[in-house]
Design a protein around this ligand. Structure first.
Ligand SMILES: *Cc1c(COP(=O)(O)O)cnc(C)c1O
Length: 402
């Protein structure tokens, strides 16, 4: 027999949350989630209340989450190993696939070691907070547009932090010069910034790091699987592997879930033994690791997918330009379409959804500055030109109405 507990009257102390949520609504910043049932048979589609909707803001850049090989790996592995590992990495949760995947990731990035975490967020937060706190007198130089997971990890470590203007090599140079040569330093930055789709001046930053005797931590999240001859990221595309630590995720181009950091052996071995968010949490299921391993093999051999993704970005940008729709012409697969105003971006999104069956999530403050509201559009290899034409025509119509 099933019993249900009755809901208690909320405590008066919780009234403050109601007020805060009301403030969010007033500002047009209240978040609405759209429940999706993604469909393998119709890539890029999702079922929503019995209706099919095209998703135009996916991070599954290569459509890997529906690849038959990954699905097969995950299903077969589940049949053999079950749905969970039943423990943390330390307590029977380290599967043979975790070990193999970590070895392969290390080789892929040309590093001594790699460590897998529950997500990319956890990888950044745990690695930075743990490492930085362990080095006395450490000072961190952090790009102004760094991802929240990097920022929170740095803040948590309690070390001194200098934020340099986004991608500004001269400003970073000047900031580094303010500190004594023997002071331990770490530069934290990304290879591709998600909201503008722009790249960092990777080699210039690595040159600076050498000159100022600084260490480097590079978040390659949006370049993993996408850039470089085997998809190992911007470092690989440029043939510049000098970053000390490289972070990547499985939840985007690899189509599964999880994150990792690759780098020198001793610091990551230290993280393995000290990072609470690595130790005190259940390991990812072996089946998910097996699917990820297959995804890794496919992206390493995935030049056709990468070419098709970039072709689509080019086609989409040309179509947007032809219709006079404002977008950022970035040097990546990401296509940020500018729709300033938190109310307006939401209204356009709603109209696209209701009238055209197109789902693009509005991006608002604090992910972007106020006035920089946008859609962050992606067109994976499975998108057809007809679909892209339909998307642009629908967008044009909705922008004209709101
Ligand atoms: C998405 C993202 C992460 C976090 O990865 P998850 O696996 O989604 O937690 C980290 N860094 C950057 C730059 C990201 O965009």
């Amino acid at each position: 027999m099933m019993t249900t507990a009755s809901v208690r009257q909320p405590h008066a102390a919780f009234d403050v949350f109601g007020q805060k949520i009301e403030e969010l609504r007033q500002e047009g910043l209240y978040r609405e989630f759209i429940p999706c049932g993604h469909l393998v048979d119709e890539p890029g589609s999702t079922s929503h209340q019995g209706r099919k909707v095209q998703v135009w803001c996916t991070n599954d850049y290569l459509g890997m989450s529906r690849h038959p090989d990954l699905i097969k790996s995950q299903c077969e592995s589940t049949t053999v190993h079950g749905t969970g590992n039943g423990g943390s990495r330390n307590i029977a949760g380290t599967s043979t696939t975790h070990v193999e995947l970590e070895d392969r990731l290390a080789v892929w990035h040309g590093k001594e070691r790699a460590l897998i975490f529950s997500s990319g967020y956890v990888a950044n937060f745990e690695t930075l907070s743990t490492l930085l706190a362990a080095v006395p007198d450490m000072v961190v130089f952090s790009d102004a547009l760094n991802h929240r997971s990097l920022i929170e990890g740095i803040v948590r470590s309690g070390c001194e932090k200098v934020v340099f203007p986004h991608n500004d090599v001269a400003a970073l140079d000047a900031a580094l010069a303010q500190y004594a040569a023997d002071r331990p330093k770490l530069i934290v930055f990304e290879s591709v910034y998600s909201m503008d789709g722009d790249r960092s001046p990777l080699s210039s930053i690595l040159d600076l790091a050498e000159r100022h005797n600084a260490l480097t931590y590079l978040d390659e999240t949006h370049a993993i699987g996408i850039m470089g001859p085997t998809g190992a990221g911007l470092s690989e595309e440029l043939g510049d592997h000098r970053a000390d630590f490289v972070q990547g995720v499985f939840g985007k181009a690899l189509g599964t879930v999880g994150g990792y950091v690759a780098g020198p052996d001793a610091p990551l071995d230290y993280v393995r033994s000290h990072a609470p968010g690595f130790i005190f949490t259940t390991a990812l299921p072996q089946a998910s690791m097996d699917a990820t391993l297959r995804g890794l093999e496919l992206v390493q051999d995935g030049n056709d997918l990468r070419r098709d993704l970039l072709d689509n970005a080019r086609y989409l940008k040309a179509a947007l330009r032809a219709e006079g729709i404002d977008f950022i012409d970035a040097e990546s697969h990401l296509v940020p379409v500018m729709v300033p105003g938190s109310e307006r971006v939401r209204a356009v999104s709603r109209r696209l959804f209701q009238e055209f069956g197109i789902y693009v999530q509005p991006i608002n403050f604090p992910s972007v500055p106020r006035g920089g509201e946008r859609f962050r559009v992606t067109a994976p290899p499975y998108r057809t030109r007809e679909q892209m034409d339909y998307f642009v025509a629908a967008l044009k119509q909705c922008l004209a109405q709101d």
